[in-house]
Design a protein around this ligand. Structure first.
Ligand code: SAH
Length: 462
């Protein structure tokens, strides 16, 4: 599969600086799914063409644990798809970010560029292809291909040879391709989770919020996962504040996106990591691990020796496993991980023997009538040396401009506590079960209503 990028900017050989790839060399890169080769098919001061040749190894992909494609016979090696996006992000990462060490101003300059994709799957046809690229200013030419030349009556396939012309910066061109190729293909070779929202917003910065097809782009990019799509659309709405009705509508839909602007999740994870390391907790059990956001961070960090995730939802654990598989860790590091399906309100011997338990944004999902059962499971039976527990601070909700008054942050929350309620509960369990407790705030502290997340760090009296 090929992608060629041509410029007639003078001197055209400056394309080599922009792409960080010397026009006189052929370079190869090993990727998890095959190889990428970069070379130039024409080099002169008038015109320069760089070629990215992606050699997707179909046999490798169809084999082994977490196979990325299911059959040996597949179009994936021959068409532009999410594999190409991953390759762009890896081999042209500097150009994609708009950096150029030797000629920084050139990276920001609009220059004439032509991108050519010999085989681009366009689900939605040429019309959809144009709807995606023309509003961004491209001149689009597309040539459709017959399904089978021997049977013209079968009509056209979804595959097009596409040329996109525009005068823009190289990083804008690469960002558009990065996002829109998988959107046209309507497929991704990997599991789409929370991180995809972040990637979409990062690569869509400056152009996606105002794009007339932003809803379709977002929906397809996130593989039609409603929750992720709403999260992304709510944030795009903030960026594009020209359309207040639409902003209002997406905000009410997107309760789950409420905390995102603060990147609260990241701040929570940082706070948890700091505590775990401070208490030298190398064996950690994450109770209510959901799709493995924290597990992933722990697994990547060699400090942690044993990592267990527990959730009542089998589907969440399956997704967690898929996401963690993608880290492609060596076996010895992978073996530190265990996933257990279990409920936190029933005693389970498998919860015992850990240095620390993390219970992150979970208790508010339990019925209040089951909190006592949970207390015994965690503090009396499992008894880890350290417990890190976080929950929303309901007082802060008034500061979320996109959260209707009186509403809890997530549909599934059974309750949310004030700081006083949480500390009263925390002090009481600590006293009853022989722990000391300290409270910390996570996220921006507001002088009146506190911080959005509250954290209790319990340490067992020795
Ligand atoms: N800790 C995660 C997820 C919080 S969402 C994070 O910070 O991202 C709450 C999770 O708790 C969900 O995955 C839900 O399936 C799980 N959960 C809710 N009630 C549970 C119970 N009784 N036992 C085990 N898990 C439970």
């Amino acid at each position: 599969m090929l992608l060629t990028i041509t410029t007639t900017h003078q001197p055209a050989t400056e394309l080599g600086y922009l792409l960080h790839k010397h026009p006189e060399r052929c370079q190869s890169f090993v990727l998890s799914f095959g190889k990428a080769h970069i070379f130039y098919s024409e080099v002169s001061t008038q015109r320069c063409t760089a070629v990215l040749l992606l050699d997707v190894d179909a046999v490798k992909l169809a084999r082994g644990r977490g196979a990325l494609i299911r059959q040996y016979v597949s179009d994936r090696p021959y068409v532009a798809s999410s594999f190409l996006s991953v390759a762009i992000a890896q081999v042209f990462s500097t150009a994609l970010r708009g950096r150029c060490k030797d000629k920084p101003e050139l990276a920001q300059t609009s220059i004439p560029l032509v991108a050519r994709l010999p085989v681009l799957p366009c689900r939605g046809g040429e019309e959809f292809l144009r709807q995606l690229f023309e509003p961004l200013g491209y001149c689009v030419s597309a040539q459709a291909h017959l399904l089978d030349e021997n049977f013209p009556e079968w009509g056209h396939s979804n595959y097009y040879t596409v040329e996109l012309r525009h005068t823009l910066s190289i990083s804008d061109l690469l960002s558009h391709l990065y996002v829109l190729i998988p959107v046209l293909d309507d497929e991704k070779h990997y599991w789409v989770g929370d991180e995809e929202v972040e990637k979409l917003l990062r690569h869509g910065e400056g152009w996606l919020a105002g794009h007339p097809a932003r809803e379709q782009i977002t929906k397809r990019y996130l593989k039609r996962q409603g929750y992720l799509t709403r999260t992304a659309l709510a944030q795009l709405a903030e960026e594009d504040n020209l359309d207040p009705d639409w902003v209002e509508e997406t905000h009410t839909q997107a309760e789950a996106a409420i905390e995102k602007p603060l990147s609260l999740n990241q701040q929570r994870i940082n706070a948890i990591l700091t505590v775990l390391k401070k208490y030298d907790a190398k064996r950690v059990i994450d109770l209510g691990c959901a799709q493995g956001t924290l597990l992933k961070i722990l697994l990547k960090d060699s400090f942690f020796e044993q990592i267990t995730g527990v959730d009542v939802s089998y589907r969440s654990l399956e997704i967690a496993k898929e996401r963690l598989d993608r880290l492609r860790l060596p076996r010895d590091r992978w073996n530190r991980l265990q996933l257990i399906q279990s409920a936190l309100t029933y005693q389970d011997k498998r919860f015992k023997g850990y240095d620390a338990a993390t219970v992150i944004e979970v208790i508010e999902h339990l019925d209040l009538s089951r909190i006592q059962a949970f207390e015994r499971v965690l503090f009396e039976v499992a008894q880890p040396k350290t417990i890190v527990l976080t929950t929303p601070n309901i007082e802060y909700n008034v500061r979320f401009t996109n959260l209707p008054a009186g509403r809890l942050r997530h549909k599934d929350h059974r309750f949310e506590w004030t700081r006083e309620q949480f500390q009263t509960w925390g002090n009481s369990v600590a006293e009853r079960f022989g722990y000391k407790v300290e409270f910390q705030s996570v996220g921006i502290e507001d002088s009146e209503v506190g911080s959005p997340t509250q954290m209790g760090v319990f340490s067992r009296n020795s």
